[in-house]
Design a protein around this ligand. Structure first.
Ligand SMILES: [Zn+2]
Length: 381
């Protein structure tokens, strides 16, 4: 496949790319788009074009080519948001902490990292703290809107009046100082992350013997998505969710806390008699839509003997092209090896990619029916 080291020339009407099927008027420096028949002027840097001096994209044999704009891929750092379940037994907690601290050591130096932990409540950890660790705590039982989240976390907004001393140039009206409190380059926050992990305790809220542990997976994932949406929209970010049991609290709960209510089985799902199922799926469909819109991915590491709720959650993983790892314990090699692979491949720039977009332009009278695979429509016609 020929790779051209510059950006493609697009039709100003339909955004199709200049190709060997375009009709070119060399004298007038005009090309006609074969898809919509729009006449386009060549830009100044194509001024020397002639039938003896063709750019590569007009070579008749180059009907399939690849463009690579200089600096395009390498300038944007990958972003990893760790979302960690703490409503698990001490033994699992120790396995998970050790796997995570290994993973932190494998993060590419330029990647940005964030940390959210959850159980009964959701804790958003401020990694860019000065001397004392700081967390923002949210109720697990209620979904938090993006506006509420930003307000509660004291995000500085540029508009209407920027506070003094804020660095300009961040996206979406958020100051880069605000973003840097929660998403830090891996090389700068390895120590902070490791010390938070070391101190991390099992969810301290007591669980009565006749009840399941309180676990607000849905609220935690929603907060992670909104935080990434506010800080790094449109860049390759992944939420890495580590979940060790069923969600029992807030939106996306798959079963009640009461142990006398059994967890839904395949049979219940088949018979459509799982009481929480549709509500949870609806919640995760909305989360999927939000993540697709932001260009972000959800990866799920579900490690438990019990169910975690993948049937409800899977829509958000599938639509964002994420991966699911299922194991019975955070100590299991399937989990530990898979987690290592995520970062190894990222490091070598193989395998794992983020935020890919397919754009398809058709000839008149041809329409795209659909696509196979883990994708979601951007709903552009
Ligand atoms: Zn066109």
């Amino acid at each position: 496949m020929p790779v051209l080291p510059y950006a493609p020339l697009r039709c100003r009407n339909c955004r199709s790319v200049l190709n060997p099927f375009s009709i070119v008027d060399f004298a007038a420096k005009i090309w006609i788009c074969p898809f919509c028949f729009q006449r386009n002027h060549f830009p100044p840097h194509y001024a020397s074009i002639s039938d003896e001096n063709l750019p590569a994209e007009l070579f008749p044999q180059y009907t399939t080519i690849e463009y690579q704009s200089p600096g395009e891929a390498s300038s944007i750092p990958p972003v990893f948001m760790f979302v960690v379940d703490t409503s698990i037994i001490e033994e699992e907690m120790a396995f998970l902490k050790s796997a995570l601290s290994q993973a932190i050591g494998l993060l590419p130096d330029n990647s940005l990292v964030g940390l959210i932990t959850f159980g009964t409540l959701v804790h958003v950890h401020e990694l860019g703290f000065g001397t004392i660790p700081k967390t923002y705590v949210f109720k697990g039982s209620k979904d938090v809107s993006k506006e509420q989240l930003l307000e509660q976390m004291n995000f500085f907004l540029f508009k209407p009046k920027p506070p003094t001393g804020v660095i300009a140039g961040a996206r979406d009206g958020l100051s880069s100082e605000s973003i840097a409190r929660f998403l830090l380059p891996a090389s700068d926050c390895e120590f902070a992350l490791n010390s938070i992990l070391e101190e991390l305790q099992k969810d301290p809220w007591p669980t009565p013997v006749d009840q399941r542990a309180s676990r607000c997976s849905g609220t935690a994932l929603s907060i992670a998505a909104s935080l990434l949406g506010a800080c790094v929209p449109g860049s390759g970010a992944r939420i890495l969710a580590f979940i060790g049991g069923p969600s029992t609290e807030g939106p996306g709960a798959i079963v009640s806390k009461n142990l006398s209510d059994p967890i839904r089985s395949h049979k219940d799902l088949d018979k459509d008699s799982a009481p929480h199922y549709h509500k949870a799926v609806k919640f995760y469909e909305a989360l999927a839509k939000q993540l697709v819109h932001q260009g972000h991915v959800l990866d799920l590491f579900a490690c438990a003997l019990d169910q975690v709720g993948v049937a409800e959650l899977k829509v958000a993983v599938e639509k964002t092209g994420g991966l699911v790892v299922l194991a019975e314990s955070f100590g299991h090699s399937v989990f530990k090896d898979s987690l290592r692979r995520v970062f190894r491949s990222e490091d070598k720039d193989l395998g794992l990619s983020s935020n890919g977009i397919f754009e398809i332009n058709c000839s008149k009278d041809i329409k795209v029916q659909g696509i196979l695979g883990p994708c979601a429509s951007l709903e552009k016609v």
